[in-house]
Design a binder for this molecule. Structure first.
Ligand SMILES: [Zn+2]
Length: 193
């Protein structure tokens, strides 16, 4: 039986690198993969999954209201796929995660989702909340805070390095910078005792 997988972490933990490596392993064995990322993530241009260490692969994109079951079904109609990889899965909607779960169950194709667990205010992203609820297998991709403890939180900083406490959950293309911290240092950074 195919499974729905969720690999989650905070920012800059190397999720995209892991995704690209896993997809490469399939292709190296002659198996087809289908890569998808969020449409509004254009860090590396339209339809690209890129990692900070300099590797990348072209990818299809998902729009906010797109039917993910129909999308996956259409792709499988063009030929068999051994595994589907979805990057920036935190941007999926609750409904889209259910559509993906249905594709896993009814089309019998494994789907590996990679995404951020919480936003810069410490709240779950909708896609991650649904994936934490519905996935068959979950794994935390670890990175560390400057103190050496596991980083689970992220702060958003402006161009001058000041911590931003309010604003939209999704901010793409600005001058903001994200720094991953442990919860204690996140609380200090946002001055939350
Ligand atoms: Zn720390």
């Amino acid at each position: 039986m195919a499974k729905l997988y969720f690999q989650y972490s905070t920012m800059n933990a190397g999720k995209s690198t892991l995704l690209l490596q896993a997809a490469h392993n399939y292709r190296e064995r002659g198996m087809e993969t289908y890569l998808i990322t969020a449409q509004f993530d254009n860090r590396a241009g339209e339809g690209m999954i890129a990692s900070r260490i300099g590797i990348g692969d072209p990818a299809d994109t998902f729009a906010p209201d797109e039917d993910m079951f129909a999308k996956i079904n259409a792709r499988l109609g063009q030929g068999s796929v051994a595994c589907i990889f979805i990057d920036e899965a935190q941007f999926l909607s609750h409904n889209q995660v259910w559509q993906i779960a249905r594709a896993v169950d009814d089309l019998n194709v494994p789907v590996m989702c990679y995404g951020l667990r919480v936003d810069f205010q410490g709240n779950l992203f909708p896609g991650s909340a649904a994936l934490l609820a519905l996935s068959d297998e979950m794994r935390e991709v670890r990175t560390i805070c400057h103190c050496g403890k596991k980083a689970t939180m992220v702060v958003r900083q402006d161009a001058d390095g000041h911590v931003i406490r309010e604003g939209a959950q999704v901010e793409i293309g600005g001058n903001e910078r994200y720094v991953s911290l442990c919860r204690k240092h996140w609380r200090q950074a946002v001055e939350r005792a």
